[in-house]
Design a binder for this molecule. Structure first.
Ligand SMILES: NC(=O)C1=CN([C@@H]2O[C@H](COP(=O)(O)OP(=O)(O)OC[C@H]3O[C@@H](n4cnc5c(N)ncnc54)[C@H](O)[C@@H]3O)[C@@H](O)[C@H]2O)[C@H](O)CC1
Length: 464
């Protein structure tokens, strides 16, 4: 499991460890990890031109000490001090002693023609976006296509929420210390972090509220049938999806539900012929199920479909049009699967607000509805009413294709029917969905049906 801790949790663990270590030991560990990661990205250190962007705190200190190490290995290291009077004194002295130099302004900084810049402007002490001076330098480096390695977090992002409240660094990679921060997993900030490397500092950290499942966690949660299982003991999933307008949504939702985690799929809806043609295994018609998936491509039929499904008192996946009829869904176990637009509609806010603060709005929706909310996106978030959140960090941008959400809803429904709770079904389903897309894509375009077709392969690999 990948844990993402808050600034408060990191500072507490940092203080506890620093109390047992010589002064500055943690910063040396951090700087060593940072310089090693930068050296790996440079390939050849000797003669490389590195520009340090140095703020007023320990984040700048990390950059200066790492710069000193790179300078001793023959790199031409320059430092642009954004708060000269507050720069980390020992770090600056170390850089100068190693042959590094300070450049007086942005023009001189750009004139060093850096191969790479190290963003030590602000780390976990940052508040709000970059200040105008720092923003101007970062913009000039971006215009000059200078790749940036962020120290701890990309400067300007909101570390504990993943929000972007103004100008910020867009990093090729981020080298963080001790643990992931929320901003590394949660968009839009996670997109600005690039590839995240964690330097272990041996911090003793509490349980994290924001986490990300890894392959082993997913494998451990997959509902594998007992030797004596039969289709009824494995759980039956029902799908109420599709309509005259969107028959394909039913076929795709059933494809996700028919991945094989449930013993059988029942279908009720206007697209029975299309579903039968595509999925001969499916039983068309009402009957007992352990979970219902409702709403994918439901159109005008969604309200009735929600009422009838809720009447069975089993866990529900409420997708697409069903999200407008939560009042008819009861208060049992529910997994809502909105995209940003649908979540905005559900909460009466603008889509842009949701996209800016995905963690905040996913948590708010889970709290207000008492349901588990799966907010679809580049890094899908699954939020439980108790505040726990899992981020899905697997899946290529090619997954942003029509019908992919229908497949996901069906897949989550089969995991619910097989006995997972809504939080596990949503986060395991989202992970499998992303991994199947990556497998089917191989770097190229995919269709929603390709994702469904790749799911068994991914599961075999996990269970292999
Ligand atoms: N995690 C660890 O165990 C270790 C982390 N280290 C590094 O230390 C920084 C945190 O250092 P700190 O001095 O507390 O704060 P920052 O350097 O992040 O910020 C400094 C300073 O910046 C000012 N500021 C706040 N917001 C802005 C802004 N938007 N623009 C400009 N300046 C801003 C504010 O005054 C802050 O006080 C952590 O990230 C790691 O990199 C240790 O080195 C090793 C152990």
């Amino acid at each position: 499991m990948r844990d993402a801790h808050t600034v408060e949790q990191v500072r507490a663990a940092e203080a506890a460890l620093m109390a047992r270590l010589p002064e500055g030991a943690l910063m040396q560990q951090a700087a060593t990890g940072l310089s090693t990661a930068v050296a790996d990205l440079l390939g050849r250190v000797y003669g490389a031109r590195v520009l340090l962007l140095v703020g007023s705190g320990d984040n700048g200190g990390d950059a200066l000490w790492a710069g000193a190490r790179l300078a001793r290995r023959g790199a031409a290291v320059s430092a642009r001090l954004l708060s000269p009077d507050k720069t980390h004194p020992a770090g600056l002295a170390a850089l100068r002693a190693a042959g590094g130099r300070v450049v007086e302004d942005d023009v001189a900084a750009l004139a060093t023609r850096p191969d790479l810049a190290v963003d030590g402007i602000v780390g976990i002490g940052g508040r709000g976006g970059l200040r105008p001076d720092a923003a101007a330098l970062v913009a000039a480096l971006a215009d000059a296509d200078v790749p940036v390695v962020a120290v701890d977090v990309p400067s300007g992002v909101d570390v504990d929420t993943g929000r972007l409240d103004g100008p910020h660094v867009e990093a090729l990679a981020t080298v963080t210390f001790g643990t992931h921060k929320v901003a590394h997993l949660v968009d839009p900030a996670a997109r600005a972090a690039g590839t995240v490397h964690v330097v272990d500092l041996g911090l003793d950290l509490p349980r994290a509220d924001v986490t990300a499942l890894q392959a082993d966690d997913v494998a451990a949660l997959l509902p594998v049938p007992e030797p004596a299982a039969h289709k009824y003991t494995r759980g039956l999933v029902g799908v109420r999806a599709g309509s005259e307008q969107y028959p394909g949504a039913a076929v795709l939702c059933v494809a996700g539900a028919g991945t094989g985690f449930a013993g059988m799929v029942r279908y009720v809806g206007a697209a029975a012929d299309e579903v039968r043609a595509a999925h001969p295994e499916v039983v068309v018609g009402v009957g007992q199920v352990q979970a219902w998936v409702v709403g994918s491509g439901g159109g005008d039929d969604a309200a009735e479909a929600v009422r009838e499904a809720a009447a069975d008192g089993v866990p529900l996946v409420l997708d697409a049009d069903a999200l407008q009829h939560l009042d008819a869904a009861g208060s049992g176990e529910r997994l809502l699967t909105p995209h940003a637009g649908e979540l905005a509609r559900l909460l009466g806010v603008e889509r842009e607000e949701v996209e800016t603060d995905q963690l905040g709005f996913a948590r708010r929706a889970a709290e207000e509805t008492g349901a588990v909310v799966l907010l679809k996106g580049r890094h899908t978030l699954v939020a439980a009413p108790d505040g726990r959140v899992r981020a899905t960090t697997v899946g290529p941008p090619w997954l942003a294709t029509a019908g992919a959400g229908d497949v996901l809803a069906g897949l989550c429904g089969s995991l619910l029917a097989a006995g997972l709770d809504a939080f596990d079904a949503g986060s395991v389903g989202s992970w499998l969905h992303g991994a199947a897309a990556a497998h089917a894509s191989g770097g190229g375009p995919i269709r929603a049906r390709d994702v469904a077709a790749a799911l068994p392969t991914v599961c075999r690999a996990l269970l292999g």
